[in-house]
Design a protein around this ligand. Structure first.
Ligand code: PMT
Length: 210
């Protein structure tokens, strides 16, 4: 099967030396790419900036902004059987990027932000993707309820939800604990290394009903 996986954070520029980002290390997405490749699948990893090595045998497109990730995913969907969108894409970006470094002339600075393009939400409705679609949900409360809402609204086959308020899992940690949300049920994967969690997610992904 052919997998497309997104990973890491995005960086949304404020001026030539500053940007908005988040705490995603990319580990979960890179572990998914490595696990899928290990199982013999063809894998394309599209990732925001991280310090990680691309797993051997995985095709790779580095991106920086949400817009670049959106464009790369849209352009690379041909022939993809399973798309797993694990990236922590910035939801907002500065309306404009200053051409020069912003000087500190005032005590307060107001940044005007606008929504970034919704990659997961565009997969079915804009890109016409008809393969298996797996979204992630990073929640701090009502994890299953909010994850299920994303499953329905974004027309996913499965959502991998994690409680990112829990210490030791989620963003920038080596372990995770997730709940796989299907249209008709949930399955909990207990706290474990991201590599072992990834192997289980890939197993579930390959047997999703059509
Ligand atoms: O990278 P690590 O340090 O290993 O951490 C892993 C993780 C916590 C980042 C990962 O497990 C995770 O939860 N990834 C999703 C993070 C996220 O942004 O979740 P969300 O609930 O805000 O977004 C929901 C879904 O929409 C995600 O599939 C996301 O990729 C996608 N999205 C979000 C915004 C946007 N503009 N476009 C999108 O496609």
């Amino acid at each position: 099967m052919k997998f497309l996986i997104t990973a890491g954070p995005t960086r949304e520029p404020i001026d030539p030396v500053r940007y908005l980002t988040n705490r995603s290390s990319g580990r979960m997405g890179y572990a998914l790419a490595g696990a899928a490749r290990h199982d013999g699948h063809e894998v394309l990893l599209i990732s925001g900036p991280t310090t990680l090595d691309v797993p051997p045998g995985v095709d790779f497109i580095p991106v920086e902004t949400a817009q670049q990730m959106y464009d790369a995913v849209r352009d690379m969907l041909r022939g993809v059987d399973v798309a797993i969108l694990c990236a922590a894409v910035a939801d907002y970006r500065p309306v404009a990027c200053a051409e020069q470094k912003i000087k500190k002339h005032t005590d307060k600075l107001v940044l005007e932000l606008e929504r970034t393009p919704d990659i997961l939400g565009s997969m079915r409705s804009v890109f016409g993707f008809s393969g298996k679609l797996i979204g992630f949900a990073a929640e701090t409360q009502n994890v299953v309820e909010y994850g299920r809402d994303k499953l329905v609204r974004k027309q996913c086959d499965m959502v991998v939800a994690n409680d990112v308020s829990q210490p030791g899992i989620g963003f920038d940690s080596r372990e995770n604990a997730v709940v796989l949300i299907y249209p008709d049920r949930e399955e909990y994967l207990e706290k474990d290394s991201k590599e072992r969690i990834a192997m289980q997610i890939i197993e579930h992904a390959t047997i999703l009903p059509s």
